[in-house]
Design a protein around this ligand. Sequence first.
Ligand code: PLP
Length: 365
Amino acid sequence: MENAKLKINLKALYNNARFLLEETGGGVIATVKNNGYNFGLDRVVNVFYNAGIRSFATTSIKEAIQIRELYENVCVIMLNPCNNFDTLRKYKISSSIANLDWIKKHKDDMQGISWHLEWAGFMRRSGCKTESEFMETLEFAKKNNISIDGIWTHFSWADEFDENNTYEKEKENWLAIQKKACNKYNFKYIHAQNSASFCRDGKLPEHSHVRVGIILYGCPGYEGWDYKGKIQHALELSAEVISVNKMLEGESIGYCSSFIANENTCDKEDNISYVAVINLGYGDGLLRKRAVGHEVEINSKRYPLVSLMMSHTVALVDKNINVGDKVYFYKDTIPVFEFTYKGVGANSEQISALNFNSLDVEYID
Ligand SMILES: *Cc1c(COP(=O)(O)O)cnc(C)c1O
């Protein structure tokens, strides 16, 4: 019996990075937060660097330092406001200015660091909330010799299409602010777009970079975006059939009879339900929502999962399935984003859960 396995195709990540660099004239900030979307920070930074990306963004100071220790000649952007000023200086990490109060409070500590000013927009996690606050912060920085090299925002509605077209509204607000600021000051970095926004609009005019994550890791920005020939799915999660059980109507399997054979699940000829026990469960990082009610692929055919345990799942199969058959939970023909569209959770949510310690992990260069 083979252990459950996670195969990561780094070549796909490389090709995705190349595609994005070409589409943006080289303007890509790779978002590598949370251990490079769980693919492994060092590995993804290396792959993206080799493809030609020279700017990286994360939300943790620990990861920002890790990126700097890999490469001297890249821009490392810490997206969350951070007041470890000595660390930012020492590792040449660019960081975000939270708002006007924040810059006023910290002005004496901020020299010798490259800053990016954030527009809160509808996200409202941090950043300036009004145009006057944004412009006043830029003015204040100039007077106090604090260098603001970039301005940015994060759209809160890029991934969703709502009746009110909220994305168009927040984009319009941002473009007005961005124009106003650019008329008065020069910035090396102007970045606003995540994957969905890039897929909708391409790189926005006057913007230096897109700041994308999930599309680099092989998932389209939104449902309906034609990714074929552009973006490659990058991971394969597989396991094995370790037993095939024949169940009569009324018999159950799993904790608390989590599945009971019934007339709909039984083969019409022999009145038996064939269920395959598979050696992968939630302990390996399979989300509960991804399991029961959704499918796996065995011998190029889809079968529904009917039960989930810590290290096992159960699929309702047929006579053609045998012990030792390979079971795919994710691969290019059964991609992560299919389940995002079916409401299982964000692409990154499904990927982040995968357990690199329990799975056999193989990287393909
Ligand atoms: C995660 C993140 C991104 C990347 O978003 P994707 O949807 O994965 O492309 C961009 N900007 C910020 C601020 C983020 O937190």
